[in-house]
Ligand binder design. Sequence first.
Ligand SMILES: C[S@@+](CC[C@H](N)C(=O)[O-])C[C@H]1O[C@@H](n2cnc3c(N)ncnc32)[C@H](O)[C@@H]1O
Length: 345
Amino acid sequence: MTISPAPDQWHGQSPTPISPADAYNGYIAANVIFALDRLGLLDRIERGDVLYREDLGRQPAADTDRAEAVLRAAVGCGYLKAEEGVFLPTETGREAARTRGYFTWAVGGYSEVFAHAGSLSAGTARYDEDVHRDEAMVALGSGQADRSMFAGLLHQVLADVDFEAVADLGSGTSARVQRVVSQRPGTRGFGIDISEPATRLARQDIVRAGLEGRVEAIRGDVLDILAGGRDLGAVADVDTVMSFLLLHDLLADPKTRPDVLPRMREAFPRSRTFIFADTMLRPDTGAEDKLPIFSAGFELAHAMMGVPLHTKDTYEDLFRSAGLRIARTEAMATPHSWLYVLAAD
Ligand SMILES: C[S@@+](CC[C@H](N)C(=O)[O-])C[C@H]1O[C@@H](n2cnc3c(N)ncnc32)[C@H](O)[C@@H]1O
């Protein structure tokens, strides 16, 4: 069994207590990074390309005055430098662009949930009735994080896995399954996701990538599949099952939690390899003078949605009870997130 150690940065980069000025400015900065993405500028910023004022008018309905205000705010945050009519990305701006997935996830996906943390906790609003997350943005943010932060690790891991057909459960925009299949000639892939907008985006991307016939995006609830409520046809014959950042949702209900993985093995009886990655509860280290990126937001969002999170030990117990052997454990770039390669021997 291979186990990689937890990286130091998981234990925090932002000093706490967070001053009111840092809290306020961090909130604005997160919104600015997300706005730069919506303006389509983050690829250029990530590359360190100069931004010209003319770049702001490229989107059909662009309001250049407002877009320029976003750039000025990015200068204020230190992400760009204004010089003689152009904007130059700083190193921190490039890093913010590289890690854009966190901001799409938090601002695009969960801003309504965070803004209503008070009313959800006071009982004056209910999650999924009055307050919603934006599932397409959650899927898009996860896809961005996958491309810039997780793809290399999965590529390395898959180098040791012999597969012909793979299913990705909770596949979001199916970006991962498309990449994995396009890198291995002769293979096929299926992305299964509950979200209608994410599945629509996935289908468009599959056509654009010329992967029709090799990759299929299916809209479906994995819990329904595990409960036997849906005939999977050829999908049930895959030899490898992946699932990234979904397992905590599948394990939310304590009554069905112990059955989730055994049912998954029954639903995909030919699968010899299961590759699972998820963000887990932070261990209590007693050192609370620094906060890593992501963890506190992930924990708060799930508490507001009523989805419990689990420690690494709980995941490993569940894997073993389902008869899955832990062949490999890798620390991911996102704090407190682990990737497991599990063998169904
Ligand atoms: C955090 S995102 C991760 C997306 C993708 N796996 C990735 O890593 O980029 C979780 C995804 O799971 C999907 N999802 C949540 N519950 C689901 C369920 N019961 N069945 C299928 N998909 C589900 C969501 O729509 C979302 O796209």
